[in-house]
Design a binder for this molecule. Sequence first.
Ligand code: ASP
Length: 363
Amino acid sequence: MMTRREWMMGPAAAGAVRLAAAQPRNIVIASVNGERACAKAMEILQAGGDTLDAVVAGVAINEDDPEDTTVGYGGLPNEEGIVELDASVMHGPTRRAGAVAGLRGIRHPAQVARLVMERTDHVMLVGEGALRFAKAYGFQEENLLTEKARLAWLVWKQSLRDASGRNNWTDGLDAPPEKSPQALRQRFPHVDEATLAWAWQVATNPPTGTINCLALNAKGEMSGVTTTSGLAWKIPGRVGDSPIIGAGLFVDQDVGAAGATGRGEENIRVAGAHTIVEAMRAGMHPREACLECLKRIARNFNNDRSRLAAFDITFYALRKDGAYGSASLWRSRDKEGRPRPQRFAVNDGTGSRLEDCAWLLER
Ligand code: ASP
């Protein structure tokens, strides 16, 4: 666990301290992959648009981007090589919510989640039902698995070994001996080194990744969205925290909004976003509220650093008065040993920038 001194120094050392604004203002925050999303959302806010229109349009950039392998089109697939998406939205002014989970073949799950909110008497649709609903509203079904994501999936399948070191997806016993990951070069001769190294990395350390985006406008209205392809190589049907209202996203128009990225299972067990909004309601700064929630996660592991080291999770919070903050479970170090905090995206109308997250523990 972090020492008392680290606890006191952490956020300040990370440069994460920002004073709360007295009045609502246009402001958008997002996970680290959200600089473009924040800029798009801000453009809509500045034009007088609705906060939910703003964040849903913002994250559509990531959903469309094949290079963001954690969201929408190009997301890393489940263990069967099928991309399954989760998303949720909350609209502060109307206090409504919508979500989809395990949605296949539709690249904009956040937009489908919004339609669930607006056009049904339900809050969440999953799997086949969510797909049929999306198609009923004219969404096009398509193959969301890019060649890059398919490569990573194949590498993952080939990286698995039984006790005697065998794997049916690798060369047969009659083939010349090989060593992973070097053997990848022979198996995928057409793929460049950087892509192969990335594929090996994600195959052997199944990544999480998501975009959460929260907005406040000058009228004090708030909305939020979280959209993701979830945990890479998951069991088909696995649902993370992102579409769970109160875990991956929560907005209370009276208080503020919160969201999360990272290992969803741990977030669900502390109802993270709701916990953070309640902590802000009780008077905490958004950053402190995020840290409070991380402490609950650590408590679920009896504060055992060795077990907590197996994952990371980051929370984001935006208060109704414009104060905002973010905190991750871990702050890591680069190869030279320099502290390397997680980062999050902010746009207050002066362009998108990344700021350091506070942290609970240090590697
Ligand atoms: N929270 C997402 C999930 O567990 C993944 C992520 O944010 O990295 O599905």
